[in-house]
Ligand binder design. Sequence first.
Ligand code: PEP
Length: 248
Amino acid sequence: MTRRVLIAGNWKMNLLRAEGEALAAALAAKFTANGSADMLVCPPATLIAPVAAMLEGSMIAVGGQDCHMKESGAHTGDVAAAMIGDLGGSHVIVGHSERRADHGETDATVKAKAEAALAAGLIPIVCVGETEAERDAGKAEAVVETQIRGSLPEGATETGVVIAYEPVWAIGTGRTPTTDDIAAMHDHMRTVAASMLGGAGELRLLYGGSVKPGNAAEILGLADVDGALVGGASLKAEDFLAIAAAAG
Ligand code: PEP
């Protein structure tokens, strides 16, 4: 059993076309598969096509930050999973805490979106994570377990889905859980996922929340951490490349 590390960048609602192309070009120029890590960038929907064009022939994959649960139809402003695939995307983030908070997405919504992604041939990156109040109340593992049980798509396989543990209070704050807490959560997540998928030895579990070049090696060195979902630091080529390099 070998799980390749996945270093995924979530550009969120940042960058205009020229900036996104420049960032993609800088990554493509420097990232060479180091044998163990895969790299993925998830630009805003408007930049998937130009970024995919810049990354053609590189070792870097491109994905979306969200998709609609329906295949097509009257959903103004939304993007279908197949549209992301059509532009060259291979992955899509679903259930990011910013979408759960800003758009009222529930576990059921996230599950439906992840199922739409699978139907379109994309790999969904399903995000879960507790709030600070939930962690302080000693409920972090229970909250994350409920989210996984409610959000993992029907028909998921160990290699066809990725789960990202992103404590809400660690996103964009510069704070991270202790490595013991991350390790314990990832161990629990793998147990929960295994009970749903019939095994989870091949399933990739990412950690996200204030991953930087300075803490990446320590976090990525944990046994059940198979990569990182990176927000802020993915907007600087140098930092994102350093995080990938820390994967060994
Ligand atoms: C994220 O939003 O997925 C994230 C992990 O952000 P940051 O790295 O900036 O904390």
